[in-house]
Design a protein around this ligand. Structure first.
Ligand SMILES: [Zn+2]
Length: 393
C-alpha cells in the first residue's frame, strides 16, 4: 500500500510540475504580446480555450478576438466557481469582420433586473454580417448570472451569510479578492473585456422601482466618449460620471478605453420603443467607425438631447405613499412642487420642492417610499449642490 501511495504521490508531483511549467510558458507568451500595449499582470490577455464545449459552444477562460476566424462565434467565458464547484459561464458572441478595424465591446447584464439592455445588444448582434464588416464586435450578455437568476440588481453572495453585491461597484475586480463577485469581475475585466475593446458600451436601465428617460452616463470631456454618446437619439446625457467609482464604464476609461453607459428606461421589462432607439444609436457608432457600412440614422441632435453635468436627487424625508407631480423629461423650476407624500391616515406629511431648474431624468414608479428613498433625479446645468453618487444607474 505504502509503495502504491508513494507512486501516486510521485506521479501527482510530476503532473503538478508539468502543469506549472505549461502555465508559466503561457503566461510568458501572453505577457510578451501585451507588453507593447500597457503593463499588466503576466497572466492577463490572450486566448485560452479550455477544450470544453457546452451546448456546442467552445469555452474560453481568456480571449483575444484576433485569434478567431472572421465570422460569428458563440462562446462561453469561464467565470468564477459557484458553491457547487461548477463555473459560471458568461455568454459571449463575437462577430469578427472580414477586414481589420475597430474592436467594439457591448456589455449587458451587469445588473440582473435590466432586461431592455440585454435585448438591445442581442438585436445589434443579429444585424451584423461579418462579410461586410471591418473590425470586431464582442457582445457579452449575462455578466452577473446570480443576479439575473433572481431578477435582481445585486448578486447574492454567500461568503459570509448573504451579502448583496452590486457588480457595478466592484470593477476592475480582483482575481484574488476575498469574495466571488469581485473575482468574477477581475476574470472578465482582465481576460475578456479589456483586451478586446477599443471602444466599450455598457448597457443598463434604471433600477427596480424607478423609470427613466432615454439617457447616457457619459464623460463628455473625453472626445471619443462624447462623439459616441451624441450618435444615439437619446433625450438626455448625464455628463458627470465622477461620483460613480467602480463602474465598468469608469474603470475602462481609467485604462484608456473610451466607454459610456446607455440607460434604456424602466427595468424588468422589454421596452421595445426604447430598445429601438438604442439599437439605432449603437449601429450609428458602428457605422461611424466604419465597422459596418451604411448611413447614420437619428442622433442626439435629432432628439434635441439635453446635456448637463449635475443631477439633483429628491430624497424622501418620511415614510408613506408618494404622489409625483411631474413626468419624465418635464422641465421644472426652482421651488416647484414635484412630489407630495401621505401617511397611513392620508394626511399630507411631506411636500418636495425642486432645488434646481432642470429636467426630470428618472422618477419612482413604486408608490411607497421609506425615508431616504430617491424619488426622482433632476438633471440640471450650472451651479448646484456637488452631489455624491446620486442615483442607482
Ligand atoms: Zn444597471
Amino acid at each position: 500500500m505504502s509503495d502504491d501511495h508513494d507512486l501516486e504521490r510521485r506521479a501527482f508531483l510530476l503532473a503538478s510540475l508539468a502543469t506549472a511549467g505549461a502555465s508559466a510558458a503561457l503566461a510568458a507568451n501572453g505577457g510578451a504580446a501585451l507588453a507593447q500595449q500597457t503593463p499588466q499582470p503576466a497572466s492577463v490577455g490572450g486566448s485560452d480555450f479550455t477544450g470544453d464545449v457546452i451546448d456546442g459552444r467552445r469555452v474560453v477562460r481568456g480571449l483575444d478576438v484576433n485569434d478567431l476566424e472572421p465570422g460569428r462565434h458563440q462562446l462561453y467565458f469561464e467565470g468564477v466557481q459557484t458553491v457547487t464547484g461548477q463555473h459560471l459561464y458568461v455568454s459571449v458572441t463575437v462577430v469578427r469582420g472580414a477586414l481589420p478595424g475597430k474592436r467594439i465591446l457591448l456589455t449587458s447584464g451587469v445588473h440582473g433586473d435590466e432586461m431592455s439592455s440585454i435585448r438591445a445588444v442581442q438585436l445589434v448582434v443579429d444585424q451584423l454580417d461579418p462579410a461586410e464588416m471591418a473590425g470586431t464586435v464582442t457582445a457579452v450578455f449575462d455578466i452577473s448570472g446570480p443576479a439575473l437568476d433572481g431578477m435582481a440588481r445585486r448578486w447574492p453572495n454567500t461568503g459570509r451569510g448573504v451579502d448583496l453585491i452590486d457588480m457595478n461597484r466592484v470593477w476592475p475586480g480582483d482575481e484574488n479578492a476575498p469574495e466571488a463577485p469581485r473575482r468574477h469581475a477581475g476574470l472578465l475585466f482582465n481576460r475578456l473585456l479589456r483586451p478586446n475593446a477599443d471602444l466599450a458600451i455598457d448597457f443598463h436601465t434604471v433600477s427596480t422601482g424607478m423609470d427613466g428617460t432615454a439617457f447616457h452616463f457619459a464623460d463628455m470631456t473625453q472626445p471619443e466618449v462624447a462623439e459616441a454618446a451624441m450618435l444615439f437619439p437619446v433625450d438626455q446625457i448625464f455628463a458627470d460620471t465622477e461620483p460613480y467609482a467602480g463602474t465598468l464604464m469608469n474603470e475602462l476609461v481609467a485604462v484608456g478605453i473610451p466607454a459610456l453607459t446607455p440607460e434604456l428606461g424602466k427595468p424588468r421589462v422589454l421596452d421595445h420603443a426604447m430598445i429601438a432607439r438604442f439599437v439605432e444609436g449603437t449601429m450609428n457608432v458602428l457605422k461611424h467607425h466604419r465597422v459596418v457600412p451604411g448611413p447614420i440614422g437619428r442622433t442626439g441632435h435629432d432628439a434635441n438631447v439635453f446635456v448637463a453635468r449635475h443631477g439633483a436627487p429628491i430624497i424622501s424625508t418620511h415614510g408613506g405613499l408618494v404622489e409625483l407631480q411631474v413626468e419624465l423629461r418635464e422641465k421644472v423650476a426652482v421651488g416647484q412642487v414635484v412630489a407630495v407624500q401621505y401617511d397611513a391616515f392620508g394626511d399630507r406629511v411631506a411636500e418636495y420642492l425642486s432645488p434646481v431648474a432642470g429636467e426630470i431624468m428618472a422618477r419612482r414608479t413604486d408608490a411607497t417610499a421609506e425615508p431616504g428613498t430617491p424619488l426622482m433625479l433632476i438633471l440640471f446645468d450650472g451651479d448646484g449642490p456637488d452631489e455624491e453618487e446620486a442615483f442607482p444607474e
